[in-house]
Design a protein around this ligand. Structure first.
Ligand code: CO
Length: 216
């Protein structure tokens, strides 16, 4: 299919989708336009093969979504912090899922030494995860297995990085209901695996990260 054919097709798809929704419920878009109360924040990879809503059967209104290369939680990223703050403090989501995926190009690039230009500076954050876990990773001789394990360890680190934010720590201090989960999606199978990363309070963090908030 030529590029222009694809472009025309997606506009037609949109019209068909609107008609399909309205046929089921004439008030579908009116109801959606009134407000959003999604119970879930999704932090996933930008990879085109891991569409957040689709793989969990979620409808419009169900998921607040943030995606970047290799589903990273970088503590100086204003985009991620703004999404997280809005999701936790305004939308009051009860669950946050960091969803990585096997075969992630960002993770693979971080294992290698090739330069790809500007993106090297983003990938560098992933290399830090490798350095943290280099003892375990370097023991895995099979490169595919090492790659898979690196994907999992990166998700785990991003869950911890979420827990280290002042936003999440404050929510937990205030006894707000908020769980963080680490998932890995299998491009080959379509199934997700819950890594069961268990971090439920800032007591689970290294002491140096534990914030004590002033009483207001
Ligand atoms: Co990816």
């Amino acid at each position: 299919m030529k590029h222009n054919d694809f472009y025309k097709k997606i506009l037609d798809n949109n019209k068909a989708w609107v008609e399909e929704k309205l046929a089921i419920n004439p008030a579908y878009f009116k109801r959606l336009s009134e407000n959003q109360t999604p119970p879930l924040l999704w932090i996933g990879c930008s990879d085109s093969r891991v569409p957040a809503n689709e793989i969990i059967g979620a409808e419009p209104g169900d998921v607040f979504v943030h995606r970047n290369i290799a589903n990273m939680v970088i503590h100086s990223d204003m985009n991620m912090l703004s999404v997280l703050d809005y999701a936790v403090n305004i939308l009051k989501v009860k669950n946050i899922i960091v969803c990585g995926h096997y075969g992630c190009g960002g993770i693979l690039a971080a294992m290698k030494n090739e330069s790809y230009g500007l993106i090297d500076n983003w990938i560098r954050h992933i290399k830090t995860v490798y350095r943290l876990h280099h003892v375990e990773l370097n023991q895995i001789e099979n490169e595919t297995e090492r790659f898979n394990r690196f994907v999992e360890l990166n998700v785990q680190e991003q869950v911890y990085d979420l827990a280290k934010t002042s936003i999440v720590q404050q929510a937990w201090t205030q006894k707000q209901e908020l769980s963080i989960h680490g998932w890995v999606y299998g491009l080959n199978s379509g199934y997700v695996t819950d890594l069961e990363v268990n971090v439920t309070s800032n007591q689970d963090l290294d002491e140096v990260y534990q914030l004590k908030f002033k009483k207001l």
